[in-house]
Ligand binder design. Structure first.
Ligand SMILES: [Fe+2]
Length: 306
């Protein structure tokens, strides 16, 4: 943590007050009792199971791991991010999704976690969307570096996964506030088991009534600091952030939204209440039958940039 920050140029090193708050934040995290699903580094492994009435492909089940809001930089201990990404790897997922806000304020902060990002691998791929902080830093540089690490960045793009998950369509939208979401540019197919990856829950306003089954978002940090009564003075921007601050939500049309409290910090270098967390979700399909709709020329195999 401190050693990693110390490797940055002097102008990026945290001032004394920030450093003290970082220590306080780490102490608060450690002082709370261990609970089920929380590893030694204090990362909560949030587990869910979702059953769909559609086949996934020849496989009946897909395990995906989702992490968001890494916020590499002076407000988040690098060790916290490393531990969260390690928790993703330990889950041995078929698919890894990353929800954006990779950095705090500068694209160069990505280098703090480059080795951990490079080690992320999953048979069905590693995919990401950009968050508002990435847009505020340098989204072009961050995208290029992530692609170099083997992470595919989806900005208004869709990917049809390969077998045994060939009926799974993953759509990633650009951020609702910091980016230029263009849902009309992405492929949609109601026959597919469709996963929607977005940075923040307000991305639902962009997706509208387009067909998806399961959506993932971060951005809220679960409030990051919650006081007695649940009041979150740092509640994130976005029209739907207070409505969907974190957890699993049933949406109309038997759709599901999972909002993660994420990994890192924004504005202040500490969390109180919401833990750093990663989501491990087992997606169960309708049956092990062959993927449908492969013969109509739509969205098979490789990523589509539309
Ligand atoms: Fe964030």
């Amino acid at each position: 943590m401190g050693a990693s920050v110390g490797s940055l140029p002097r102008r990026w090193r945290p001032p004394l007050l920030t450093a003290l708050l970082l220590r306080l934040g780490e102490g608060l995290c450690r002082s709370r009792p261990a609970a089920a699903g929380i590893n030694a580094a204090g990362v909560r492994r949030w587990r869910e199971r979702v059953e769909l009435a559609k086949p996934l492909g020849t496989a009946r089940q897909l395990r995906l791991a989702f992490a968001s809001d890494l916020h590499a930089g002076r407000l988040t201990p690098t060790g916290t991010i490393t531990a969260a990404l390690e928790a993703l790897r330990e889950a041995t997922p078929d698919l890894i999704l990353l929800g954006g806000d990779f950095v705090c304020s500068r694209a160069q902060e990505l280098e703090l976690i480059a080795d951990s990002l490079r080690r992320l691998q999953a048979p069905a791929g590693v995919f990401a969307v950009m968050g508002n902080h990435d847009h505020g830093a340098d989204v072009g540089t961050i995208t290029a570096r992530l692609e170099g690490f083997g992470v595919s960045v989806l900005r208004n793009r869709g990917v049809r996964l390969a077998e045994p998950f060939a009926n799974v369509l993953l759509v990633g939208l650009d951020d609702h506030l910091g980016g230029r979401p263009r849902p009309e540019a992405a492929p949609w197919d109601p026959r597919c088991a469709t996963l929607l990856l977005m940075h923040q829950p307000s991305g639902l306003l962009d997706a509208g009534d387009r067909p998806f089954d399961l959506a993932f978002a971060g951005h809220t940090h679960g409030g990051q600091i919650t006081l007695p009564g649940g009041w979150a003075p740092l509640a994130a921007s976005g029209a739907l952030s207070r409505r969907y601050p974190g957890g699993r939500y049933a949406l109309p049309g038997e759709r599901v939204l999972c909002v993660s409290a994420g990994v890192g910090n924004s504005l202040l270098p500490l969390r109180f209440g919401p833990r750093t967390e990663v989501l491990i979700l087992d997606l169960v399909g309708a049956g092990a039958e062959a993927a449908k709709g492969d013969d109509d020329g739509a969205i098979v195999g490789a990523a589509l940039t539309l």
